[in-house]
Design a protein around this ligand. Structure first.
Ligand code: SF4
Length: 231
């Protein structure tokens, strides 16, 4: 399966690493705030980028770029993901995986094989609002299994939540905090609308309220921060 998007340089995807980001098409979730609507809703129409082209670029940038982020859609659904990661790591790159946690078996396997250097997993909301926030019925047990696996510390990771006034409140933060208590790192991300979102007209959580959420979460996850509130 080919990747459908290729950002040749990102300074924000993986800490301080100079990173190239690959996007695959297809996802079982339908998060209304998703920024990759074309990849999620119409994977059959997505661009197909020959992997050889990507490898050629990565080969040339060895020593300049540090890492490759594999994002989606939901990359764990890619049948030949392992093979592709092995090829990328063979060039000496760090590999970060973005995932919604729907496929714990693949996540565990890739970590077990030593193929992932970092995992960023979405926590869409408290469990009671999970399906609504994902825009469809999802396999919550699978998400819970992925959360428990990452909490076990088998690989460096972060959890992250994109917050919207319509979906997230203080009670959700308490419930999420209890769920992921002791996590390495957790980020609350500001919702931003764009033309590529699945739905529109939601509202970002104002800074003051986001800081209140941080106060609540600190009890459970000391290393919690905001993203997207710098301006
Ligand atoms: S935000 Fe992530 S999990 Fe949600 S629909 Fe988009 S790609 Fe899928």
């Amino acid at each position: 399966m080919d990747f459908s998007g290729f950002e040749k340089l990102s300074l924000v995807d993986f800490d301080d690493n100079l990173t190239a980001t690959l996007f695959m098409a297809g996802c079982p979730f339908r998060c209304p705030f998703c920024h990759n609507a074309p990849l999620v809703l119409h994977p059959e129409r997505a661009e197909k980028i020959p992997f050889a082209e990507i490898m050629e670029y990565l080969q040339k940038r060895k020593g300049v770029l540090d890492a490759v982020c594999i994002s989606g859609g939901e990359p764990t659904l890619m049948p030949d993901l392992e093979e592709k990661i092995r090829a990328i790591k063979g060039l000496g790159y760090l590999v970060k995986l973005d995932s919604n946690g729907c496929n714990p078996a693949v996540l565990k396997h890739l970590v077990g094989e030593g193929l992932l250097d970092y995992v960023a997993m979405d926590i869409k909301n408290s469990k009671t609002k999970y399906h609504a926030t994902c825009g469809t019925q999802i396999n919550l047990a699978a998400v819970e299994e992925s959360v428990a696996f990452l909490l076990s510390g088998a690989v460096p990771y972060e959890f992250r939540t994109t917050m919207m006034s319509e979906y997230h409140d203080e009670k959700d933060m308490v419930a999420i905090g209890e769920w992921i208590a002791g996590a390495n790192r957790y980020f609350l991300q500001r919702y931003i609308d764009s033309e590529n979102c699945i739905k529109h007209d939601f509202h970002a959580i104002p800074l003051e309220k986001a800081l209140k959420f941080i106060d609540i979460l600190k009890t459970y996850v000391p290393n919690v921060g905001l993203r997207g509130y710098d301006d």
